[in-house]
Design a protein around this ligand. Structure first.
Ligand SMILES: [Zn+2]
Length: 486
């Protein structure tokens, strides 16, 4: 299975698989989510069962037991018992229940060939106790460079939970487009979500609040936390297209129709920019129920700030030694604001450059991420690994692959990913890792699926089980068997 369960006991004895499932719920609070979860599980079990010849007259009782365990367990812990006529899924969280179900589905699928010609399908009895090694098992999706609609995003969440990922980092704004309906600042989606391509055509789109909420519901049912990213102060041409007065030197801006970095960024000197950002992030915080909000912070050239009287005044007033320190001041101002709303801020590793306190979580992305991870660690910040040279899934998959960035990251490189290099004196600061999927080169679902599918399997394994020996060939065979998950 992928990821491999930590403890699995497989019995020699097999039993014939029945044709009907009958669900039972045990839950302290009668959580209304259980029937929904069960119907989702049933749908998928039926999908997997298509590969079997089963006895339609017999039934299997499936018990979903969503209750606290008597003793303390790691987040995401679950137990699964598969025995004749009776499957038991035990978990104390929605996420854990999903993992139990996914392990069950993989077990059914992997044994589908286990069929005697003259009788019904046989299934080995198993007993599983399982939990993840890393708590941040993330996948990222850039919907700014190319827009992927909310139905696809739900499918992406299905792929994720299929491999027991639990954090969806949704890159909702960038120079090339704003993708979120804003009640407070409607020009963001009205103006900022459409760009004029070089041939004169219009490209864009955004999610309505209703669509966002339906994605959030989909995620909750799968135990996935959604982390919205609004990238500031750089990568913000779509915001400036809507509200040009937030720039150091206002003029007419358009969402960019080429890739790269813009010199124009949000002005950190003007009070109206700070007020705008506080209100905007308040709106985001109210919409997204999770703990984290990502405010970008990457690739923000400081030329405008050097020339801007407002920015220079802000620096003088606050005793900030340079423009990097001004960015750190901005991050701190927003992090303090968001903390009052119960949120923790995440930023790309550039936020460390100007000296920040230890509260924001850092995503280490530059190069192989080791230096950034070290910096975050030494500054006392929690950090997540998203190294450019290792976990950027928009890279080409192999030498003949024509789609993607210029670098090649083989799926076997991802399987070779080791947390050891990023683990220092305090291992608790390392939360986990995630695959980043930027979409400059990924214009459609087919290309995107091709880029992520091969590499999500090994990343899922590493995140669930950490470092250790894995037979590359066996792993590949197993991943091929399970390619229906994506
Ligand atoms: Zn300025």
């Amino acid at each position: 299975m992928i990821p491999a369960p930590k403890k699995i006991k497989q019995y020699v004895k097999e039993f014939p698989l029945a044709g009907l499932y009958r669900f039972h719920f045990l839950s302290g609070g009668h959580d209304p989510i259980l029937p929904k979860l069960a119907s989702d599980i049933e749908k998928r079990l039926q999908h997997v069962s298509k590969y079997y010849e089963v006895d339609p007259r017999t039934k299997i009782d499936i018990v979903l037991n969503l209750q606290p365990f008597p003793s303390k367990k790691p987040d995401g812990y679950y137990e699964l018992e598969v025995s004749p006529g009776f499957f038991a899924l035990n978990a104390e969280s929605i996420a854990g229940m999903n993992y139990a179900a996914r392990t069950l589905m993989q077990h059914l699928y992997i044994n589908r060939a286990n069929q005697d010609e003259d009788s019904f399908a046989l299934l080995p009895r198993i007993s599983v106790k399982d939990w993840p090694t890393y708590q941040w098992r993330g996948m990222h999706l850039d919907v700014s460079r190319h827009f992927y609609d909310h139905n696809f995003v739900k499918k992406y969440l299905d792929w994720m939970v299929g491999l027991k990922f639990n954090r969806f980092h949704w890159h909702l704004s960038d120079d090339q487009g704003w993708r979120l309906e804003s009640k407070r600042f409607p020009l963001l989606h009205e103006k900022g979500s459409w760009r004029t391509e070089s041939d004169g055509s219009k490209y864009g789109g955004h999610y309505s609040l209703r669509q966002i909420k339906s994605v959030l519901k989909h995620a909750r049912l799968r135990g996935i936390e959604v982390i919205p990213e609004i990238d500031i102060p750089g990568h913000s041409m779509a915001i400036l297209a809507a509200y040009p007065e937030l720039a150091c030197f206002p003029r007419e801006f358009e969402p960019m129709n080429v890739w790269g970095i813009s010199e124009d960024i949000l002005c950190a000197g003007k009070d109206e920019t700070i007020e705008f950002l506080k209100e905007l992030f308040t709106e985001i915080a109210e919409l997204f129920p999770g703990q984290y909000i990502h405010l970008g912070g990457d690739e923000a050239p400081k030329q405008r700030w050097k020339e801007c009287p407002h920015c220079q005044k802000r620096m003088r007033d606050n005793g900030l030694k340079d423009e990097e320190a001004l960015q750190a001041w901005l991050v701190k101002t927003l992090a303090t604001h968001l903390k009052k709303l119960g949120k923790t801020v995440i930023g790309w590793d550039e936020i460390l450059d100007g000296g920040i306190d230890s509260k924001p979580v850092v995503m280490a992305w530059r190069g192989d991420g080791i230096d950034a991870a070290r910096m975050a660690h030494d500054n006392g910040n929690k950090y997540i690994l998203t190294p450019y040279t290792k976990l950027y899934f928009d890279a080409r998959c192999h030498k003949l692959d024509k789609i993607g960035t210029h670098q090649i990251i083989f799926w076997s490189d991802v399987l070779g990913f080791s947390f050891q290099e990023y683990t220092f004196e305090n291992p608790k600061l390392l939360l986990g890792a995630q695959g980043n999927v930027w979409t400059e080169h990924l214009t459609n679902v087919r290309d995107l699926r091709e880029k992520v599918s091969g590499r999500m399997f090994p990343l899922a394994e590493r995140l669930w089980n950490g470092d250790g020996e894995i037979d590359v060939q066996d792993f590949w065979m197993m991943a091929s068997t399970l390619n229906w998950i994506l």
